[in-house]
Write a protein that binds this ligand. Structure first.
Ligand SMILES: Nc1ncnc2c1ncn2[C@@H]1O[C@H](COP(=O)(O)OP(=O)(O)OP(=O)(O)O)[C@@H](O)[C@H]1O
Length: 321
């Protein structure tokens, strides 16, 4: 286990700059999510860390050691990608033991370690099972156990759960998080799903166009997005333009409605109740804002009603113009 430090990293493919001056310091044992839309450079950054691709400028250090000249197989990095590349002709135990055996671990010692790892990932007793006789989620766990078997200094995961259905994905997220805590392994996890990032990360690195927009804890990202891109990406779609002032972003739950009063006027165009929560869409000029409150905690309004908006200034913040 070790800290991973990335400094002023650049990578181009021909004339296309895929990564522009990326710097991140990942602490020992920290769980980082790289979050961003398609093509923002998440996978490229992961491939550079793994040594599957070599950067043009900057450096990548693991535990203080520069990795530039270290080939992929000597970087001591565990990887789980969406396409797992398990060996279908080997059983579960042999898949997990594969790397240990290559490194010269005895068959007995490897078997003991395989049992321990399978137990940890919730597959106790399945060492003799054929890979082809496992579900998608079970195969993911085999891939995780196989990567952890080599006691990696850093664990890299690229959208590992995107092929799983929603229920299984939730369960795998919980498991990966608890396995990561138990092993204390420094982890970099790529996702385009902000909910997945919020559920897993100690810190989220939001990327856009080959650059970092913001690196912050899930709480800070949600309560203080640094840019309009971050605010919109994490689902805060209330960005209110103001004359002569920077735009302001307001969380849906920070907005209150009143029948009268001074302040921006709008019209309720839709409201629906989701369990205990009441959600409304309110039109102001050519903009639609989202408002939410615990049902019954505010006034009740008919569809189409004209309302006055106010918001909790502690939950609103100005964005760079
Ligand atoms: N080997 C390559 N040659 C040329 N261009 C590449 C290569 N690898 C990546 N790119 C380009 O670099 C950009 C970043 O790609 P990358 O795979 O890192 O994106 P991503 O954020 O992981 O996106 P996605 O979520 O779609 O996988 C894309 O525009 C991609 O087309």
């Amino acid at each position: 286990m070790a800290a991973l430090t990335i400094t002023n990293l650049r990578k181009s493919f021909g004339t296309f700059e895929a990564l522009k001056d990326i710097s991140i310091a990942v602490e020992d044992g920290e769980f980082i999510c790289l979050l961003g839309g398609s093509g923002c450079g998440k996978t490229t950054l992961l491939r550079l860390i793994a040594g599957l691709e070599i950067h043009d400028e900057g450096d990548i250090r693991l535990g203080g050691k520069d990795l530039t000249q270290v080939p992929c197989h000597k970087r001591n990095i565990g990887m789980v990608f969406q396409s797992l590349a398990l060996f279908p002709h080997l059983n579960v135990g042999a898949n997990v033991a594969y790397g240990m055996r290559l490194r010269g671990t005895s068959a007995d010692a490897a078997a003991t370690e395989v049992d321990r790892l399978l137990d940890m990932v919730g597959l106790a007793g399945l060492a003799d099972r054929a890979i082809t006789a496992l579900s998608g989620g079970q195969r993911q766990r085999v891939a995780i156990a196989r990567a952890l078997a080599l006691k990696p200094a850093v664990f890299l995961m690229d959208e590992p759960f995107s092929a799983l259905d929603a229920g299984l994905r939730d369960q795998m997220q919980k498991e990966v998080k608890s396995i990561q805590r138990e092993f204390g392994v420094t982890t970099v996890f790529v996702t385009h799903d902000q909910r997945e990032a919020m559920a897993l990360a100690d810190r989220i690195v939001v990327m856009n166009g080959g650059k970092i927009e913001q690196a912050a804890s899930p709480e800070d990202l949600y309560s203080r997005p640094a840019t309009r891109f971050v605010a919109e990406f994490i689902g805060i779609n209330n960005i209110i333009a103001r004359d002569g002032q920077p735009p302001i972003a307001v969380r849906p739950e920070a907005i209150s409605l009143a029948a009268t009063g001074t302040g921006p006027q709008g019209q309720i165009i839709r409201q629906r109740r989701l369990g205990a929560l009441l959600e409304r869409e309110i039109r102001i000029g050519d903009q639609t804002l989202h408002q939410s409150e615990i049902a019954g905690s505010g006034g009740s309004f008919d569809d189409g009603a004209r309302v006055t908006l106010s918001w909790d200034t502690a939950k609103a913040w100005a964005l760079p113009a």
